[in-house]
Design a protein around this ligand. Structure first.
Ligand code: ISE
Length: 358
């Protein structure tokens, strides 16, 4: 691949003109978000491997057009920046195309589907940053923009609770599609806790053990649902993740950090608490969040707005290419642990050897 010799156009004075690649659930959400709730941006190009879907989404956004080829969408002259929300296996090549075109990109997870190709993207962006002084890739780890996670991170960083020692996470979905197996439970779901662990603790995950207890009768054939995934960090902290994707209840994402002088929890859904007598029994109830788009809707809005603002300034303001690579490498170890039942060490490249962040 050939990267641009000169610095990519650093700042955009008018609206950031965005191409959205992949308009399934998440991509269509991003189109609506950019169109309705984001300032300083407009969607000009929409692409999907189902051409009719792209045409339908584009038709709902004045000034947007559908483009059949994702690479043509990226290189289009009137496109300043790109959102990638297509299936994971397409991400690596699309991100490389954005680097080649010198365009900022917000890529949904995963960066790529294996650590070797993810590292190649890290190297490509490092090389570009060295020559142009500019980074272009942001990963869609939206929890870093969620008000509760930000408050938790601020508290941990403040040192008020002392050193963090353990993190307990629960990640439960009411239901997922039939093809969602144990591998997807790691790559699509636990990947968020991997990023949360790295975000909250500011260190790398070095080993993963996936424990497969008795499966729920709702688990699909061959899948281990629920699982307990244990992450070890470089300084010896432990993060346990309960992943349970067919609870039949609601979307429950809770994180508790246990520190030397106290602990803190988020994700309790503590909104309106209702007291009522039903069938002669006094009940107290709270509404549980139905799904991740409801739970993290405001976080996605903040993420995209900050991405747009930063891209217009010629900067990246969020998790970058290394965070994407580290998450892929940890999940790769996690998948190996699911398959072998063994504790698997994460084979992470040396950050300094591939160049520090600009
Ligand atoms: C989904 O792909 C997501 O990214 C959600 O944030 C996560 O909670 C869910 O488990 C995944 O299936």
């Amino acid at each position: 691949m050939s990267l641009p010799d000169t610095a990519p156009a650093p700042a955009v004075s008018g609206d950031l003109r965005v191409a959205v690649i992949g308009v399934g659930l998440m991509g269509a959400d991003h189109v609506a978000r950019l169109h309705q709730r984001t300032s300083g941006a407009r969607v000009v190009v929409v692409n999907d491997f189902v051409a009719a879907k792209a045409a339908e989404v584009a038709a709902g956004v004045p000034g947007a057009r559908a483009v059949d080829d994702p690479f043509a969408a990226i290189s289009a002259e009137d496109v300043d920046a790109v959102v990638i929300a297509s299936p994971g296996p397409t991400h690596g090549d699309l991100v490389l195309a954005c680097l080649e075109a010198g365009k900022p990109v917000l890529c949904e997870k995963p960066l790529t589907t294996d650590s070797a190709s993810a590292l190649a993207v890290v190297r490509a962006e490092d090389e570009l940053a060295e020559r142009t002084g500019r980074r272009l890739v942001q990963l869609g780890f939206m929890r870093r923009f969620d008000a509760e996670y930000v408050a938790l991170k601020d508290l941990v960083d403040s040192g008020d609770l002392g050193e963090p020692l353990l993190v307990h996470c629960a990640h439960r979905n009411a239901d997922v599609p039939p093809h969602f197996d144990s591998v997807m439970m790691i790559n699509d779901s636990v990947v968020h806790e991997v990023d949360v662990a790295r975000f909250l603790l500011d260190e790398e995950v070095t080993a993963v053990t996936a424990l497969r207890p008795r499966a729920s009768r709702h688990a699909v054939e061959g899948a281990s649902d629920p699982m307990l995934v244990l992450l070890e960090t470089a300084s010896g902290r432990l993060v346990d993740v309960e992943i349970f994707v067919r609870t039949g209840v609601a979307y429950e994402v809770r994180t508790e950090v246990v520190c030397e002088d106290g602990s803190a929890t988020i994700g309790r859904d503590s909104g309106l608490v209702r007291h009522q007598t039903v069938a002669g029994e006094g009940l107290r109830s709270e509404r549980l969040t139905p799904g991740f788009r409801e739970r993290f809707g405001p976080a996605y809005d903040t993420e995209v707005q900050r991405w747009v603002d930063a891209a217009r300034r010629g900067e990246v303001d969020g998790p970058g290419v290394w965070d994407g690579y580290a998450a892929v490498a940890v999940c790769e170890a996690g998948v190996e642990s699911v398959r072998t039942g063994a504790r698997v060490e994460v084979r992470l490249a040396d950050r300094s050897a591939v160049g520090a962040p600009a």
